[in-house]
Design a protein around this ligand. Sequence first.
Ligand code: GLA
Length: 377
Amino acid sequence: MASGAGRRGTPGTGRWWAPGRVNLIGEHTDYNDGYVLPLALPLGMTCTAAVLPDGKVRLRSRQAPHRPVDTTVAALGTGGWSELPAWSHYPLGVLREFERRGHEIPGVDLDLDATVPIGAGLSSSAALSCAVAIALRDLFAPTVSAAEIIDIARTAENVYAGVPTGVLDQSASILCTAGHLLFLDTRTGATEQIPFDLDAVGLSLLVFDTGSLHRLVDGEYARRRDECAAAAAQLGVPFLRDIASADELDRLADPVLRRRARHVITENARVLRIAEQLRTGADPRRIGPALTAGHASLRDDFEVSAPPLDLAVDTALAAGAHGARMTGGGFGGSVIALVDRDRADAVRTTVREAFANKGFDAPHDFTVTPSAGAHRL
Ligand code: GLA
C-alpha cells in the first residue's frame, strides 16, 4: 500500500509529532508483564517526512547536524549498520521493520528535531522511533494499527539499537492523551485513560532532569531483566506479575533475586493502588507516600537509583513535596516531585541549592501537564 498522499499540504509530505513521557509509577514492571502509569510530556520529537523515489533514504537530525545519513532501503536490508551513527539505528530500524513486515517503502526523506532532552530518562528514543513510525504509517502503510506501531517502534529499539526495553515508553508515546494518565496492563494490552488534573487542585508535577548519565545500553538494565526472569523461573511462574504477595518470596534463596522480585511485586501493587485512588477521585496528594515508597524500592531493592536522583528526591521531600521518585530506567536521569503549586518555586530552589552544595551540575527543572500522544501536525 504505497499511496504517499499526505492528508494536508503537499501530497507525500508532512510533519509528525511524538512525545517523551514521565512514568508516574510502575518502574521495571513492563518486562515483568505488569502495570505502568505514564503520562505524555509536552516535549518530544518532530519528524518532517517526504516520499523519495528510487529507494533513497535521506536522514537528518537537528541534534546531530554533522552526522547526516544517505543510504537506500535496499542497503539497509543487507547489513552495514555498524558504520551508521548510533542515533540513526532508531529511525532506520523502524523503516527496516516496516519493510520486514511487508510494507514496502519506496524511499523517504526524514528530518528530525527534538525538544525532549536526550538521555534524561524521559524517553527521547521512543519519541524518535514513534514519530518516524507514524510518519511511515501515514505515508506508506495506513492500515497498520496502533498496537503494531508500538511493536515496530519497540522492535527498532530492541533489535536495531540493541536496547532491550519493555513496552512502556512506546506505549506512552502512542497511547497517552492530554489531561490523562495512561493505565496499561502490559500483559493484556488493556488501557484506561485516568483523568489527572493537578492544576484544578492546586498541585504541580515537577521534573528534575539531573543531567547525570543515563545509558540503558550499559548492561545493567539487561541484567535486571535477567534477574527478574531468573526469579520468576525459580518461583515457577512465567513472569513476576504472577506472584501476588511478597510473602511468597521466602522461597527464593538468593537475597539479590529476592530484593529484585520484591521491588516488582510491591511496585505492581503501588500502580494498582494509585490508579484506584485517582479513578475514584481521591485528592492526588494522597498518592504521595506511594510515589516515595516506589523510589525507596528502586533505590534499595532494585538498585537502579544514583546519588543525584536520591538527592533530588530527599531534598524535594524535605522542602514539602507530597511525594517524589526517580522516573524511567534509572542509573541517572530524572526525578518527579508532586508539590503544592505555591510551593513549587521553593522546592525548585532548595533542590538547586542542594545540588550546588554537593558539587553536582545544576538540574534542569520544569513543570509538566499530561499532554497528547503521537499525531500528525
Ligand atoms: C526504560 C525502558 C522501559 C521500562 C523503564 C523502567 O524506560 O525503556 O521499557 O522498562 O526503563 O520502567
